[in-house]
Design a protein around this ligand. Structure first.
Ligand SMILES: *Cc1c(COP(=O)(O)O)cnc(C)c1O
Length: 235
């Protein structure tokens, strides 16, 4: 094993242990939490190294970079997650290429993904991103707009809504993010009976705040820095 691969394997094992601890503390089974390794701005070789140690889920933020990595790593047995901001005019490059799109934040984007998925004859799994704290600089539908958005998505046969995603404000103390995570779970719990569908996934928790996220019910955590180290600058 090369040195980088060893390092990535060790760091990921530590994260997995911390995730399992947090799950047990909340009376949850460790297997109910899936680690999405956020590889944005890190080289494709890191993804290959980590995949070879058994990691299967990888998260990317930027369309061009993600597609280039998918090309370079064609044949590698991994699932790609799109987690970044997505303009509807780029939806056509994303639909059908990712196991899950976490960041669907407008009906217009949902419609564009639906259209492309339908033309490909596939069903694209998605999450709706919710801006719980109402930060103006963060994307996501508002809490008030969520039910209408979810109903619109349910009418799009090219999409399958499987849950919700959120990104809390940055806090030095991760405990301050806990109410945001709890709120996402409550929103999900309220939506399910209203819509008559199950929404099994809650995508929440990053390097700095995954412990409270898992304790509050995260099923997908998106962790980059803790695994890959500091990201190189973009561009
Ligand atoms: C970059 C990013 C992450 C990973 O953040 P880290 O703090 O490096 O773990 C998770 N989610 C989203 C949406 C991101 O853009």
């Amino acid at each position: 094993m090369n040195e980088r691969k060893q390092e990535l394997a060790e760091r990921t094992a530590e994260v997995r242990e911390a995730l399992a601890d947090a799950a047990r503390q909340a009376g949850r089974a460790p297997g109910d939490v899936t680690l999405v390794a956020v590889s944005k701005l890190h080289p494709a070789s890191d993804i290959r190294d980590l995949a070879e140690t058994g990691q299967t889920e990888f998260g990317e933020n930027y369309v061009q970079e993600a597609l280039a990595k998918q090309d370079e790593l064609a044949g590698l047995n991994v699932n790609w997650h799109f987690i970044g901001g997505l303009q509807s005019n780029k939806a056509k490059y994303v639909a059908g290429k990712f196991a899950l799109v976490h960041s669907v934040d407008s009906a217009k984007l949902a419609q564009a993904l639906h259209k492309k998925a339908t033309s490909l004859g596939v069903v694209q799994d998605i999450l709706i991103q919710v801006n719980i704290a109402g930060e103006t600089q963060k994307s996501g539908v508002t809490v008030e707009g969520l039910p209408e958005m979810a109903e619109a998505v349910l009418g799009m046969e090219g999409l399958r809504l499987v849950g919700l995603m959120t990104m809390p404000p940055f806090f030095d103390d991760p405990e301050r993010a806990r109410p945001v995570f709890a709120r996402l779970r409550e929103l999900r719990d309220g939506l399910e009976p209203r819509l008559g569908v199950l929404l099994p996934h809650l995508s929440m928790g990053m390097t700095g705040d995954f412990v409270p996220a898992v304790q509050e019910g995260a099923t997908l955590v998106r962790i980059g820095t803790r695994i890959f180290g500091t990201r190189p600058p973009r561009g």
